[in-house]
Each structure stands twice: as structure tokens, then as C-alpha cells.
Design a protein around this ligand. Structure first.
Ligand code: DP6
Length: 334
């Protein structure tokens, strides 16, 4: 019998960032984070288990993957096999409509889609919470691409369980993420490696100690659609994470001169009254968050920067979803 499923997931942009693990083996984040799924970007992943295979085979954007990239996916597939108690390997085919490794969170969308397609293809039927908890073992931020809209990744203080859940649906607030792409290259130091050195920065403890306050202010700003409050906390949180990165050992400088030029321009635009704010992940690209009413103006202004080689814009998006499935009846409830 064919055991096959295809799923689609969106990457997400975090207003409150995840940077550093409190427990590496259990993948418990050092702080709670908060994000929005990005509609214009998507990853589609198909998983087909094949009894003839002796190992998983991974194709990413039509290229066969080997080495560390493959090993990371195989380790994650081992978890799914263990849960389903099945000893089968799969052909995994993933395609993105955006560049990989340039700070557009390809691992988040990729592992969210793989979690859904992989579990369904092996006959597992997991709740959204269980899917999200599982996805974090592929990539931390992937757990936030399982639920839809505006999403929080929390650690339950009583049980220690950690998973992401939606705090508001995609249509809650008409925000737009305009992504200024400055560089399409693969980043030299990925999040996984970078994050391991977070604790070597003397600023990380202070960033984490204040995270509860930022998280709660950001959550309230989203729920009450308060752009000014969101703006203030989003920039502070991004700057704090990059300050940690720059002061880690070895230091990580993800910003490019063009990134800083855009951030400074945003401050001037805000002074004119334009509702726009910025945040940057582990890469030089700048995510400008604005409202539907101001998106044309923001895009027009972004196009004036010679460093900007491409721009993507997307509205808040829904959850990871199944596109097709051809698998045994889903029996195992977790
Ligand atoms: C800067 O989720 O990519 O985008 O778990 O090692 O795959 P791994 O890390 P990842 O880290 C995300 C870091 C970030 C901030 C964020 O999205 O919260």
C-alpha cells in the first residue's frame, strides 16, 4: 500500500524572538516567543514511505540533499518512525517559493510541512498541539508554523510541556510583512549553530530575564491591534537578539549596511506618522511590518534602496495544512 501525504506550511516572522535553549536535549526554549505566519511564502512537502528504501532520500527544490541537511531530516524522521512504531524509510520532496537560508525561515516552514506530511503518511493522527510539540525537534520556530495566524510558543510552567498555539486567527489584524531581501546566499552561520553560543553573550541573561514582560506587552498589542505598542516592542526585541548575537563568542553579525540603512529610514518614516516597524531574523533581510492601508507607500519607499534585490509581501496566513493523503486509516491518537 502507498503511504503518502503532502502538506503545505508558511514560514513565520517573530515579533518576540526565540534565541537560545534552556534545555537542549528536550528543546525547551529559553523564552516564550510570538509570531505571525507569512502568506506569500510557502513550503510544500511530500512524503512517500517505500519498503524498498534503506534510508530516507531528500530532494529540496529539485536538488538531492546529502550531508548535514539530510542527517538533520533523517534524525527528525526517526522520531516519527519511533512514534508510529514503523521501520520504513521515505522519499521526501520539498519545494519552497523563496530562497533557502537567507533569513526567510525556510526551516520553520519546511519542518512544519514535514511534521504534518510525515505523521499522516505513517498513519498517525496527532492533535495540533502534539504536531507543534513534535515540529520543534526539527526546528524550534517550526512549531509556530503549525497553528494559524498569530501564534505563541509557550512553555507550560506546571507541566513543562512546550508547544505553539494560535492567539488570534489570520484575519484578526490586517498587517502586511514586506520583506526586503538584501542577499539570497545561504547564511554562513545557521540559527542552530548561532544559538548554541547565545549564552556566551553577557547580554543573553538580561534579554531572557526581560522576555516575559516583552512577551506580555506584545501579546496585548496584537490582541488590541495597537500598532504603536507592537512597533515599540518588536524593534526592541529584534535589537536585543542582534545585540546578543554580536556579543556572543564568536560574534555573529547578520546585519548588512543596507539592513541598517532601512532600519534608520523606518525611524524617520515613523516620525512622519507612517505605521511601519522592523524586525530581522538570523540574516540581513529586513521584515517591515505595516498595515494594509500603508503597504503601497512602504513598498514604494523600499524600492529606492539600491541594496534591496527583491521584495516579498504577505498578509497573515493560516495553519499548516494537508494537501493530499493516501495512507492507512489513521489509528494512533496522541
Ligand atoms: C532568529 O527555529 O531556525 O528566526 O531550532 O536551530 O532550527 P533551530 O532554530 P530556528 O531559530 C529561529 C531564530 C530566529 C528567531 C525566531 O524565529 O524566533
Amino acid at each position: 500500500m502507498n503511504m503518502h501525504a503532502t502538506a503545505l506550511a508558511h514560514p513565520n516572522i517573530a515579533f518576540i524572538k526565540f534565541w537560545g535553549l534552556a534545555d537542549e536535549a528536550r528543546r525547551i526554549p529559553a523564552n516564550n516567543s510570538l509570531s505571525m505566519n507569512i502568506g506569500c511564502l510557502a513550503t510544500k512537502t511530500s512524503v512517500t514511505f517505500d519498503p524498498a528504501l534503506k534510508a530516507d532520500v531528500l530532494t529540496l527544490n529539485d536538488e538531492l540533499v546529502s550531508g548535514d541537511g539530510l542527517a538533520r531530516v533523517q534524525r527528525f524522521m526517526d522520531r516519527i518512525r519511533h512514534m508510529a512504531e514503523k521501520d520504513l524509510y521515505a522519499h521526501i520532496t520539498s519545494t519552497n517559493n523563496f530562497p533557502i537560508g537567507a533569513g526567510l525561515a525556510s526551516s520553520a516552514a519546511g519542518f512544519a510541512a514535514l511534521t504534518l506530511a510525515g505523521t499522516v503518511a505513517l498513519g498517525l493522527s496527532l492533535s495540533e498541539k502534539a504536531l507543534s510539540a513534535l515540529a520543534r525537534f526539527g526546528s524550534g520556530s517550526a512549531c509556530r508554523s503549525i497553528p494559524g495566524g498569530f501564534v505563541e510558543w509557550v512553555v507550560d510552567p506546571l507541566t513543562g510541556e512546550t508547544y505553539a498555539q494560535s492567539i488570534a486567527p489570520a484575519d484578526h489584524w490586517e498587517l502586511v510583512d514586506c520583506i526586503a531581501i538584501l542577499n539570497q546566499d545561504h547564511k554562513p552561520v545557521g540559527s542552530e549553530m548561532g544559538m548554541r553560543s547565545a549564552a556566551s553573550s553577557p547580554l543573553q541573561a538580561a534579554r531572557v530575564a526581560d522576555a516575559k514582560r516583552r512577551f506580555s506587552r506584545c501579546r496585548t498589542a496584537i490582541l488590541s491591534r495597537d500598532f504603536a505598542a507592537l512597533s515599540q516592542i518588536t524593534e526592541l526585541d529584534s535589537n536585543l537578539m542582534h545585540a546578543v548575537m554580536m556579543t556572543s563568542n564568536p560574534p555573529l553579525y547578520y546585519w548588512r549596511p543596507g539592513s541598517l540603512a532601512i532600519m534608520q529610514a523606518v525611524k524617520a518614516w515613523q516620525a512622519e506618522g507612517l505605521p511601519v516597524t522592523f524586525t530581522l531574523d538570523a540574516g540581513p533581510n529586513v521584515h517591515l511590518i505595516t498595515t494594509r492601508a500603508s503597504v503601497d507607500e512602504v513598498l514604494h519607499r523600499l524600492r529606492q534602496f539600491p541594496e534591496v534585490i527583491d521584495i516579498r509581501s504577505g498578509i497573515p496566513a493560516g495553519p499548516a495544512r494537508l494537501l493530499e493523503q493516501d495512507s492507512p486509516s489513521r489509528t494512533v491518537q496522541v
